[in-house]
Design a binder for this molecule. Structure first.
Ligand SMILES: CSC[C@@H](O)[C@@H](O)C(=O)COP(=O)(O)O
Length: 366
């Protein structure tokens, strides 16, 4: 997508063809800073400390982490160690394991002196594939939005209101985003679309990242406190919900940023369609029951006890928002059972969140 008219991705190969550059998302929304990754340690740190985040971007960064490793030492031992280090960075997004497995597959049988070249090429492909997949998700989601908008316009609505949670826009992927891709395509097609952006405590990916990118693109949006969605739905102010996901099980259960489940419950209670947008590498075919089987990341409690933002003098400050001595819990994700999901928007089309729905779109896996 574009920043100040310049096409930008979240990750790209540096001009020298060796280092990898990323947007440091911990500095957004107030500062746009790029960081150069040179080593496996740099890539692992970027994922763990969330300079990059969002399931597809975590996968693409891990792929480049393997390429950076191969440049320094392409032995079997070095690649195995790199796989394990990168895999341990974040536990929930399955795209991480998917990308690492793709890299191992690409390198299988390749002589050691050719591995770096092959690894860089496969990492670049993974990044390019992500862009193409997300654009297709955008097209498939756009068809849905057209249908919903046609109905709402006939009822006299003046705009289409979509609610989203966390950041599943282009900053969470290599480009386009998943949940936000249909919104960009609808906006570009002239649909009067407006986005309710859940702030997404504790790390505020909605307020900091989704709002930032919608703002860059000029899409009308309003940031709301996480607890506001239910109220808006009761008053007919949300026409549909679209969120992204870190892992979808073969039964159609959806793991996404903490708070997604509560939005799905409110949507079901108010007959608001609840869609989940995902690239196929986000499907974990080895897992059936999301609540029981998906590991949920627990992060440092300081993300809950403190908030960072811009002070009146323009400086970036971190402040404590709970009393000294209060304990805080910080679960990063929750699972929305398939029964609460209206449909899954994938690069191959839209399907029911069910084993049958998924295997119809992905018969080779079903
Ligand atoms: C297209 S991104 C889908 C998900 O990864 C996104 O909704 C999300 O929950 C991101 O969580 P984060 O903790 O910021 O990596």
């Amino acid at each position: 997508m574009k920043i100040d008219g310049k096409s930008t991705r979240t990750i790209w190969l540096a001009e020298d063809g060796q280092g990898v550059e990323i947007i440091d998302q911990t500095r957004l929304p107030h500062e746009l800073v790029t960081v150069r990754l040179e080593t496996l340690a740099d890539a692992a740190h970027a994922i763990k400390a969330m300079l990059v985040r969002g399931a597809p971007l975590i996968g693409a960064t891990a792929a480049y982490g393997m390429a950076l490793t191969a440049r320094a030492n392409a032995s079997d031992m070095a690649l195995t160690v790199a796989y394990n280090i990168l895999h341990a960075t974040r536990p929930t997004a399955i795209n991480l394991k998917w990308a690492l497995d793709e890299m191992i597959k690409a390198l299988a049988g390749v002589p050691e002196d050719k591995r770096a070249e092959v690894a860089y090429a496969r990492a670049a492909e993974i990044a390019d594939e992500d862009v193409a997949i997300n654009s297709a998700i955008g097209d498939n989601g756009l068809d849905l939005l057209h249908d919903i908008w046609a109905r709402r316009r006939a009822e006299g609505a003046e705009r289409l209101n979509v609610l989203t949670h966390c950041n599943a826009g282009w900053l969470a992927t290599v480009d386009w985003g998943t949940a936000i891709a249909p919104i960009y395509k609808a906006f570009d097609a002239g649909m009067p679309i407006h986005v309710w952006v859940d702030e997404t405590r504790p790390r505020n990916q909605g307020a900091s990242l989704t709002a930032r990118e919608l703002n860059w693109h000029g899409v009308p949006h309003t940031v709301i406190a996480d607890n506001t969605g239910g109220h808006l739905m009761q008053h007919g102010m949300v026409d549909c919900v679209i969120v992204g996901t870190d892992r979808v099980t073969r039964n159609g259960d959806v793991c996404n940023k903490i708070g997604t489940y509560l939005k799905a419950l409110a949507a079901a209670d108010n007959n608001v369609p609840f869609y989940v947008a995902l690239p196929s590498p986000t499907i974990d075919w080895s897992v059936a029951d999301g609540v029981k089987e998906i590991p949920i990341e627990e992060r440092d409690a300081t993300e809950q006890t403190h908030m960072t933002g811009k002070a009146a003098d323009g400086s970036i400050v971190t402040v404590q928002v709970v009393p000294d001595g209060s304990a805080a819990g910080n679960w990063g994700f929750d699972v929305t059972p398939a029964r609460l999901v209206t449909g899954l928007i994938t690069e191959r089309g839209v399907c029911a969140a069910s084993p049958e729905g998924l295997s119809e779109l992905f018969p080779e896996r079903g």
